[in-house]
Ligand binder design. Structure first.
Ligand code: MD3
Ligand code: FE
Length: 203
């Protein structure tokens, strides 16, 4: 297992392989407290991806806009604490990608079922763009689109498999990116699902 790097992006293929079962159990424990929900964009369209969060802050979207919130709007309570296995994995992966001392305070959990996608976008709701974002993929494979600084820049395609971790930072932190519609399939642990965790420093 060795890192694959282009400026601002470090792929750690299989970094979490062997931990997938424990990580999935931790996801399910979060979901028991903060269930999956389909948020609407400010334009009023429901996203095809279902979401939840854990940590001090969670990413939310509604007619009023995108933002981080310390409170789950469904329960009106704090988001579940970030499981220790998430925080440790994110810190280990960030260090392997050259970002020592990464301590995420937010973890957005995305659920894709076949057909679900994420349109090209930038992640710019965080306060401090100097911190990286670390992502962990579980379940069915997905095609990730890695664009440039402008929406019109041609996007490269990167296949992400269960257990893969990617860290994004530095110059590429604000690059456009997205996910193609999830293909039909069955994963031995997750069934017809892909779950993506993004660890962020939001506050
Ligand atoms: C590159 N999620 O939640 S993770 C998102 O697979 C998001 O669910 C995708 O884009 C998913 O915002 C891709 C990889 C990712 C996340 C954040 C980034 C790549 C990024 C921020 C800046 C640049
Ligand atoms: Fe994103």
């Amino acid at each position: 297992l060795f890192p694959v790097s282009t400026p601002g992006l470090t792929q750690l293929p299989g970094f979490a392989r062997g931990e997938e079962e424990a990580l999935l159990a931790a996801v399910e424990a979060v979901i028991a407290m903060a269930p999956w929900r389909q948020v609407v964009t400010p334009g009023g369209k429901p996203m095809s991806v279902h979401m939840s969060n854990c940590g001090a802050a969670g990413w939310v979207s509604d007619r009023r806009g995108y933002r981080y919130s310390a409170v789950d709007p469904l329960s009106e309570r704090s988001w579940p604490a970030m499981p220790g296995c998430f925080a440790r994995l994110a810190a280990r992966a960030a260090a392997a990608a050259g970002f020592a001392g990464f301590a995420p305070d937010a973890c957005l959990i995305n659920l894709y079922e076949p057909g679900a996608r994420m349109a090209l976008h930038q992640d710019r709701d965080e306060v401090d763009f100097s911190a990286p974002i670390v992502s962990l993929s579980l379940g069915l494979p997905a095609v990730f689109l890695w664009g440039g600084a402008a929406r019109a820049d041609k996007a490269a395609r990167i296949e992400l498999h269960s257990g893969d971790v990617v860290a994004w930072g530095g110059a590429a932190r604000l690059n456009f990116h997205g996910v193609l519609p999830l293909r039909e399939g069955v994963h031995p642990l997750l069934g017809r699902r892909r779950i993506n965790l993004t660890f962020r420093k939001a506050l």
